[in-house]
Design a protein around this ligand. Structure first.
Ligand code: HEM
Length: 146
């Protein structure tokens, strides 16, 4: 349903701009976690990390995720993307990435409560998830292999 007219490219640009903000935040946060976990719960350094993580989540990550979804769904309707195979692949990985976002928000709360559930090594390994997901998503939407 082509309803955006000349605004289509502006919506697509906005979509990609907020994708970049979202990905930057998703890559940064587990790095923050690694540094945060080295601090003693309740210390002033601990409180400073809690504040930094809270700000990154509220100012960058959450608004970007919402705007990526809003602009992405607008584009989906515009080009009738639902009928394409590449879009289903993209959506699957976008849902995975949104789940990862949810996990990050949950881990931020755990650290703020003084918990340190995962080792630094596991946190570094988890950082591969957004990279792989972004690669699959970009290939799906640009190469459109099927
Ligand atoms: C949140 C749900 C999302 C939906 C519903 C969605 C949907 C769409 C649609 C329908 C297009 C237009 C494709 C075209 O015009 O040919 C698009 C473009 C694009 N999307 Fe998404 N998207 C979402 C999330 C993401 C994410 C998380 C990423 C990257 C990690 C991403 C990266 C891109 C890129 C790079 C383009 C531009 C492709 C081009 O230049 O044609 N999108 N998206």
């Amino acid at each position: 349903m082509a309803y955006l007219g000349a605004a289509y490219l502006w919506v697509k640009a906005a979509h990609v701009i907020f994708v970049i903000f979202l990905m930057a935040g998703l890559f940064m946060m587990p790095r923050f976690f690694v540094y945060h976990q080295e601090t003693v719960p309740g210390s002033s350094e601990d409180r400073r990390w809690i504040e930094r993580e809270g700000r990154l989540l509220k100012i960058i990550l959450n608004p970007s995720l919402i705007l990526v979804w809003v602009f992405g769904l607008m584009l989906m309707v515009e080009i009738g993307a639902w009928s394409f195979g590449w879009f289903h692949l993209k959506l699957l990985f976008v849902l995975g990435l949104s789940g990862y976002h949810g996990w990050i928000a949950g881990y931020t709360k755990k650290l703020a409560r003084g918990e340190r559930p995962l080792s630094d090594k596991k946190l570094r390994m988890l950082n591969e998830i957004p990279g792989v997901a972004a690669a699959v998503i970009v290939i799906a939407v640009i190469v459109k292999p099927f």
